[in-house]
Design a protein around this ligand. Structure first.
Ligand code: SF4
Length: 432
């Protein structure tokens, strides 16, 4: 069972607003970076501001053809691959649409909404993500102003999306001279509804993840957790590797949309809370002290979730070429994910190269280990809990007895990655 968070769900139309001023404008939004986790906010915002749903246009997913056709000849200052690709998205919106746009909207998202807000130091976006719109804009104004030439207004406000009151003011200031008759109250109402829609979207995705987990628990079947940044869901950035794994019959969950249902969290984290290691299920202070980056924080949090959840028997880590933010996280994420015996594999330095053959071989290797090791991994992880799984997950899970009676999962070796021996059955983060 796949969670449809990719193409089908991207910016799906929210319900149109009931009344209010209609505005005959066409807006183009690059489908890049943190748009992958916030697109529902932006679509709803513009619908609520009176833009027709069909006049809110996203660029297509990243592809080689897109970059060649629309990005050629425009240099990107940045070296990391996901930011470099923004050039092709801008180019597509300016040159590749049948009906031209009036506005190219590319927000500089400073802070990212996160379910970890309040439990971490900050919710900043990656600095390269923040700089991305400006460095990309420069590529279109280096010799001449391409936006002006096309009659397109470039709108790129800084938006603190993790701070709703501030975000409403920032967005009002950005659009007050562009949208006729716009008032602070109208923007506030649109922003409130946009946050509501984003929340609703996230909840829907988490409900679907829960369905996957419940189905796995009921059938005692394994699933895979994808650990990456939101834009790794873009098939041109993450190369849809998770789809190949899914073809072997292993459902994929994304770390961004793991179930946060209280019964599940209580069960997963009870022992760690009892032991005084964490204050609540969203506390990552024991495993990630420098919790400033929202996406990095969620990555670490998801790694621990995956390490604990019995039916997640494998974590796949995605990382893009030249990612500075990921460098310090490689070892902790692997150590956490493997701490109860979960398999862990990495696809690192992803860029435009698509080594289909080697990906296929690695996917087959992963599937081989999943088939061979999953039963014992599930058994070992279940046995590490004092309590039985909650009813919300458990419909027909076999009785595993107590921890002391269960056989331990074997330590295994996969290529250069050693899969942890779970003999001491420490919870992730213990002893770090
Ligand atoms: S998280 Fe890494 S790959 Fe992504 S924009 Fe930042 S530096 Fe680049």
């Amino acid at each position: 069972m796949r969670i449809p968070i990719l193409q089908k769900a991207f910016a799906k139309a929210p319900s149109a607003r009931a009344a209010g001023q209609k505005r005959a404008l066409r807006i183009g939004i690059p489908r890049v970076l943190n748009q992958w986790s916030t697109h529902r906010f932006w679509t709803t915002l513009f619908v609520e501001l009176g833009i027709g749903r069909r006049d809110i246009v996203y660029s297509s997913e990243t592809s080689e053809a897109q970059q060649l056709k629309f990005g050629k000849g425009r240099g990107a200052v940045d070296c990391c691959y996901p930011v470099k690709c923004m050039i092709g998205h801008y180019g597509e919106l300016l040159d590749g649409l049948k009906r031209p746009i009036d506005i190219l909207f590319s927000p500089i998202i400073l802070t990212v909404p996160s379910f970890l807000c309040g439990n971490v130091r900050e919710n900043m976006a990656c600095p390269r993500v923040i700089a991305g719109p400006e460095s990309t804009r420069a590529g279109f104004q280096r010799e001449k102003d391409t936006f002006a030439e096309k009659g397109v207004t470039y709108v790129s406000p800084s938006v603190s999306l993790a701070e709703p009151a501030l975000a409403a003011r920032q967005l009002f200031n950005a659009f007050k001279g562009i949208l006729d008759g716009l008032t602070p109250a109208e923007m506030q109402r649109a922003v409130d509804r946009a946050y509501g829609a984003l929340h609703e979207f996230d909840s829907e995705m988490r409900d679907q993840s829960l369905e996957v987990l419940t189905s796995c628990a009921s059938g005692n079947r394994p699933c895979i957790l994808a650990l990456g940044r939101p834009y790794h869901m873009d098939s041109g950035i993450g190369h849809a590797i998770e789809n190949e794994l899914q073809a072997f019959g292993y459902p994929i969950l994304w770390g961004q949309y793991l179930p946060l249902h209280p019964e599940v969290l209580d069960w997963l984290y009870k022992d760690l809370i009892r032991a005084g290691r964490i204050r609540n299920p969203f506390d990552i202070s024991d495993i990630w002290k420098t919790s400033h980056s929202a996406n990095t924080n969620e990555l670490l949090w998801a790694a621990r979730y995956g390490s604990l959840m019995p039916w997640i028997t494998c974590c796949i880590r995605f990382s893009s070429y030249e990612c500075g933010m990921d460098q310090p996280t490689y070892s902790p994420v692997q150590a956490i994910a493997e701490s109860l015996g979960t398999l862990f594999f990495v696809f690192q330095d992803l860029d435009e190269t698509k080594p289909a053959g080697s990906v296929r071989i690695r996917v087959e290797t992963i599937a081989y280990y999943l088939e061979r090791k999953s039963p014992k991994i599930m058994q070992g992880k279940l046995a590490a809990f004092q309590d039985a799984p909650p009813g919300i997950l458990l419909q027909n899970v076999p009785d595993t007895g107590t921890a002391s009676q269960d056989p331990l999962p074997e330590p295994v070796q996969t290529g250069s990655l050693e899969i942890a021996d779970t003999t001491n059955r420490q919870h992730p983060g213990a002893g770090s």
